[in-house]
Design a protein around this ligand. Structure first.
Ligand code: FAD
Ligand code: EPU
Length: 332
């Protein structure tokens, strides 16, 4: 039996039958007999919530290493899945490799970054991904996918769909252009004038620290829901009742992204609690655990937000976090 409380940032009290840390991709061949038992691949647990005792084995890929190569135009960085994401961003900044600064301070491992195509402050990681290397658990062999085949979209990729729970990502190769271009159009970054990469890095850290609760202080998994994408038609209809509803235009499609935080805020959920689980008073898209919360309380609060948003706006919120029950994934 292994406690999972400190192995996921939401920090609910629960256990797994067993926990295996894999240090080398070759361990995947030798020690996995996964066909016969339930398993869950866990990075740093910042986008996973274990709702109750998990009746299976939790496997942590801890493959380390950073290998830097150059082409005329790009830095090619091959990074082990077990490396910490923010430490990689920091290492790049220290080595004058610029481009990842908008994604500073996102918790988690490098191996999980392609899974939901991590994004923040106007950048998504897909634009820097060259190749993802993984172990195919069904075919029991190592394979790779180039960026074009990863089916990246907002908080989405082939690894969350066709390949979900069928592969272990072993390393990710990033291609970072040698000629740097600032991305400074998102929110508070607009306050900066002709910023350097380091200015953006520092600003992103400052804004994130002021807005998002620190999982070391209070359990959370970042945004609990995705920002919904709706048709322009539906948006214009909603605007008649809610003229102040914000939206973000999307490239090349007649749809808009609506901030889920605004929907949840407008319905008065900020600060609402069920037991030890709360809707964060400053950032309502984040649900928190004061240490005493349970999986049932989390599901109850998340479902009440989801059904209120559906009733009022006819918008179906989807969870961004991965919810794991005793036998595996749980649908909200
Ligand atoms: P885990 O929670 O361990 O796993 C996430 C998923 O990836 C699971 O499905 C798991 O099975 C799978 N997985 C993990 N490693 C592997 C592997 N090697 N091979 C195969 N599958 C694997 N996300 C953003 O995109 N933008 C943000 O701005 C952001 N801010 C956050 C702020 C806070 C305070 C928190 C707590 C989270 C935030 N997140 C954000 C979510 C989270 O940081 C990312 O999703 C991150 O990539 C998760 O990494 P992890 O290693 O903790 O993943
Ligand atoms: N808003 C409110 N009330 C609030 C807070 C926000 O109405 O109390 C509205 C405002 O209109 C604001 C908008 O929500 O402009 C967006 O807020 P913010 O810029 O904080 O971003 P977000 O939509 O809440 C998304 C990502 C974050 C990412 C930030 C910055 C998703 C699901 N979340 O949050 O990612 O860090 O943008 O780019 O896309 C995560 O995935 O875990 C995560 C934290």
């Amino acid at each position: 039996m292994q406690s999972l409380t400190s192995l996921h940032s939401f920090g609910l009290s629960c256990t797994a039958q067993a926990f295996i840390r894999m240090n080398q991709p070759t361990d995947l061949h030798s020690s996995l007999n996964l066909k016969s038992s339930a398993f869950y691949i866990l990075g740093e647990g910042s986008n996973t919530v274990f709702l109750e005792d998990y009746q299976g084995t939790v496997i942590r890929p801890a493959f380390m290493g950073v290998d830097l190569k150059h082409t005329d135009t790009h830095y090619l960085l091959k990074v082990g899945a077990g490396e910490n994401w923010h430490q990689l961003v920091l290492w790049c900044m220290q080595n004058q490799i610029y481009g990842l600064e908008n994604l500073a301070l996102i918790p988690g491992s490098v191996g999980a970054a392609p899974i939901q195509n991590i994004g923040a402050y106007g950048v998504e990681i897909e634009q820097f991904i060259h190749q993802v290397d993984f172990y195919d658990l069904n075919k029991q062999c190592h394979k790779s996918l180039r960026r074009q085949s990863c089916e990246f979209a907002y908080r989405d990729s082939v690894f969350k769909n066709d390949l979900a729970d069928k592969v272990v990502i072993t390393s990710v190769t990033f291609a970072i252009p040698k000629i740097w271009q600032a991305v400074e159009h998102y929110g508070e970054l607009r306050e900066l004038s002709e910023p350097s990469a380091m200015d953006i890095f520092n600003k992103v850290i400052e804004v994130r620290q002021s807005k998002l609760p620190d999982p070391k202080k209070i359990g959370n998994a970042g945004s609990f829901f995705k920002n919904p994408i709706i048709s322009l038609e539906q948006f214009h209809l909603l605007q008649k009742t809610w003229p102040s509803m914000p939206s973000y235009a999307l490239d090349n499609i007649a749809k808009v992204k609506v901030p889920a935080a605004w929907l949840i805020d407008t319905l008065g959920f900020k600060g609402k609690k069920i037991g030890g689980i709360a809707c964060h008073p400053n950032q309502p898209l984040v649900l928190t655990n004061d240490g005493s919360g349970t999986g049932e309380e989390l599901l109850a609060l998340a479902r009440s937000i989801q059904s209120a948003v559906s009733k009022e706006f006819s918008i179906e919120l989807e969870n961004e976090v991965r919810l794991i029950g005793k036998n595996g994934p749980v649908v909200l």
